[in-house]
Design a protein around this ligand. Structure first.
Ligand SMILES: *Cc1c(COP(=O)(O)O)cnc(C)c1O
Length: 405
């Protein structure tokens, strides 16, 4: 499937989406980023590269993922028909591998032999360790020490796949610090190393490149709903961490004026500083880790601590294209609290037999609010970005499940 793109949401040649995006990095990273950009554009226009990517997405990742009608949830809510785009059924359990696969093929093309990545919940780390094992590359994953504790299962998975996991003990010991360490590593080992960034964030060309590798979600969903319902959906709903699963679903529908879209951020414990990660609620314009976007920061530009029950949404900044689409009023952004996400998690498990990732549960929480306000002929597609195995222990603890004795 061709991933060539022609829409109104494209960055300029320096990676700016309106006032957002760009390339705010030390001089030493400018050259490698430009090289990466050139090689990426060459690959994007190379039929052999696209064919290879399509092959591995089909044979290894398991694409296309189903677009599944959630019958009981639809009935229970009594409004719009709810379809789930099943990214949780990808190999390794989330959408992250779509991008990791694209980038490792690119790294191989560039003659790189060593892969590094950052990870929050560990899903991107697992996807990166997986594709590194596949192609015989050495792999180092930076992960906040706190996240290592929260997501122990994924740490073991990465190690079993042969990756080295380096716990980062600086600052809040979460994703932001892991990204800093990965960037530091990249600068010092640039010759043989490719940095597989895991979301639609960072310096140009990452937001553009990651989005294009994730567009397959929306390209498939569009064809699937047209076949099934013979019309476009009324709403698309997806959770927004850095923004890659959401932009991947949204982008192929941007030109369809009748399709409305909602991105759901982490409302955490409530919209007070340090208790959430809803960048469009408490955030302001700033620069963080290579790009200009909406950021949770104090009046001195110090990055604020964030909180979410889901490690994958727990980040102080949002991808620049989302900030742009919000200004354009093309996409609505809202938030779901920890409690709403936990409720959606259990409801989806019990009503549909699907245990979602806590991140994805934020999107489901919004669907639960939205569906009853729409007529029965309305259609919603929610992106089920990942499966919940990694969250089972944490949720069991939160909702007080006891081991039978
Ligand atoms: C990483 C992750 C997210 C958040 O990242 P985006 O780039 O915003 O998609 C959402 N869901 C799951 C399952 C994840 O692993």
């Amino acid at each position: 499937m061709s991933q060539l793109v022609e829409t109104s949401s494209e960055p300029d040649s320096n990676g700016h989406f309106g006032p957002y995006g760009g390339r705010y990095v030390p001089e030493t990273l400018m050259h490698p980023l430009k090289q990466l950009e050139e090689e990426y554009f060459r690959a994007q226009n190379d039929a052999a590269f696209q064919q290879e990517l399509t092959y591995y997405l089909r044979e290894f990742v398991g694409r296309p993922t189903p677009l599944y009608l959630a019958e009981r949830l639809t009935q229970e809510l009594g409004g719009a028909k709810i379809y789930l785009k099943r990214e949780d059924l990808n190999h390794t359990g989330a959408h992250k591998i779509n991008n990791a696969m694209g980038q490792i093929l690119l790294a191989r093309r560039m003659g790189k032999t060593r892969i590094i990545a950052e990870t929050g919940a560990g899903q991107h780390g697992v996807a990166t360790a997986t594709v590194s094992a596949m192609f015989g590359m050495s792999c180092v994953i930076y992960m906040g020490a706190l996240d290592c504790q929260r997501q122990e299962l994924n740490v073991y998975r990465m190690k079993m796949l042969g990756a080295e996991v380096i716990p980062v003990k600086a600052g809040q010991q979460t994703l932001k610090e892991a990204v800093n360490e990965a960037m530091r590593d990249w600068v010092t080992h640039i010759r043989h190393t490719h940095y597989i960034l895991g979301t639609a964030y960072g310096a140009h060309p990452y937001p553009l490149m990651v989005r294009n590798f994730q567009r397959i979600i929306g390209v498939e969903a569009r064809a699937q709903i047209l076949e099934r319902e013979e019309r476009l959906p009324d709403w698309l709903v997806a959770c927004v961490g850095g923004g890659s699963n959401a932009i991947g679903l949204f982008h192929p529908f941007l030109e369809d004026a009748s399709v409305r879209m909602m991105g759901v951020e982490a409302g955490g414990l409530g919209l007070v500083p340090e208790k959430h990660a809803a960048r469009f609620q408490g955030g302001s314009l700033g620069v963080l880790q290579g790009t200009r976007s909406f950021i949770l920061q104090d009046e001195n530009g110090q990055i604020q601590a964030t909180h979410s029950v889901s490690a994958g949404l727990d980040y102080a900044a949002v991808g620049p294209e989302h900030a742009f689409l919000r200004d354009q009023k093309r996409v609505d952004y809202s938030h779901a609290s920890d409690e709403q996400a936990l409720d959606a998690f259990t409801r989806l498990a019990r009503m549909e037999g699907i245990i979602p990732a806590l991140e994805s549960a934020h999107a489901i929480a919004k669907v639960i609010q939205l569906a009853p306000t729409l007529g029965r002929d309305a259609l919603i597609i929610a992106n089920l970005s990942g499966r919940g195995d990694k969250d089972v222990a944490q949720v069991a603890d939160k909702i007080g499940l006891k081991m039978p004795r």
